[in-house]
Ligand binder design. Structure first.
Ligand code: SAH
Length: 297
């Protein structure tokens, strides 16, 4: 097996090395239909084809974690597993890599794919609450969790009744979370989401312009885009300071950071960190903040 590392991923990320396609096919035979030689004559898949990426994800989740059932409804977001895992591992670093179900994590916008709770439960044994506004996605996520008995006891999916709230309506009185996390809807309109999708497809060399890469409109956009969504989250977090340890969220545009850091100063967050992540050329980051005095780790 090739051990060529994928540049920049977290050292504990088990998807750092190149995919071993013959082994993935052995683990998940339907994968065979999508594996073809690439321009260099190596086994690969068409990463611009959501169906191929879905088959890859099913094989990876089976091989890495023994998860037998993972799927998404037609048109819903198909997450890249290595990148999603990286957020989980960097979160673990924030809490000194503590393991076990007493570590409680709130995933805001868990999606139909429920990917963060699945990875976090498998990697660290953490317990999760996945909150979701989209009722189709929520129902799907619940079904996914129930069909994987190894993690079913660790993951609960709850409805978020309001698209402009993150914590209210989900966190119960006196409930405590060590971490909150979020991959926010980042576009400001449905039109922007469609344009972004097509750009992504072109970058991947896809020729399927007009075809949805994966992601329902509601998954990809919200009023005011990412900046407004995260600002609302920061403002709301003040009222949940005693319920949660670290609040965190992905920030897709680094240009948004100064304004978000300003909001955090206004809200008097006691500690703020920007955690940079990278996968090859692709850079991403999440913002983390907390309130209250904490002993040095
Ligand atoms: N976590 C998944 C899905 C991210 S897409 C992944 O990383 O692949 C963003 C998700 O947030 C969508 O499923 C959308 O329906 C949901 N969402 C949008 N606003 C929300 C809110 N205020 N509370 C909870 N979920 C929300």
């Amino acid at each position: 097996m090739s051990v060529e590392a994928k540049n920049g991923l977290h050292p504990r990320n088990r998807f750092r090395t190149r995919y071993d396609f013959p082994q993935l096919i052995a683990c998940s035979p339907p994968m065979a239909a999508w594996v073809k030689p690439n321009a260099h004559g190596e086994h690969s898949i068409d990463f611009a084809d959501p169906q191929a990426v879905k088959a890859l994800n099913q094989a990876l989740l089976k091989q890495a974690y023994g998860l037998q059932h993972w799927d998404i409804p037609p048109g819903y977001l198909c997450p890249p597993i290595p990148g999603r895992s990286d957020y989980i591992h960097h979160l673990a670093d924030l809490i000194s890599a503590r393991h076990g179900p007493e570590v409680r994590v709130l995933d805001i916008g868990t999606g139909a794919n429920c990917i963060y709770p699945l990875i976090g439960a498998c990697e660290y044994g953490w317990s999760f609450v996945g909150a979701e506004v989209d009722s189709v996605a929520l129902r799907w996520a619940k079904k996914l969790v129930a069909s994987n008995p190894s993690v079913a006891g660790l993951i609960e999916c709850r409805p978020q009744p309001s698209a402009t709230k993150c914590f209210q309506g989900v966190i119960q009185a006196g409930e405590r979370f060590d971490l909150t996390m979020c991959n926010p809807p980042f576009h400001a309109s449905a039109a922007e989401a469609t344009a972004g999708n097509q750009r992504k497809l072109r970058n991947l060399g896809g020729k399927k312009d007009g075809l949805n890469f994966g992601g329902k409109a509601g998954e990809l956009w919200c009023e005011g885009g990412e900046l407004a969504f995260i600002r609302r989250m920061i403002e709301e977090s003040v009222g949940f300071a005693t319920n949660c340890g670290w609040f965190t969220t992905l920030v897709s545009k680094s240009d948004h950071l100064p304004r978000l850091q300003k909001t955090l100063r206004q809200m008097k967050a006691d500690e703020v960190r920007v955690i940079e992540m990278a996968q090859g050329q692709k850079k991403s980051r999440f913002l983390a903040w907390r309130f209250g005095k904490h002993p040095a780790p």
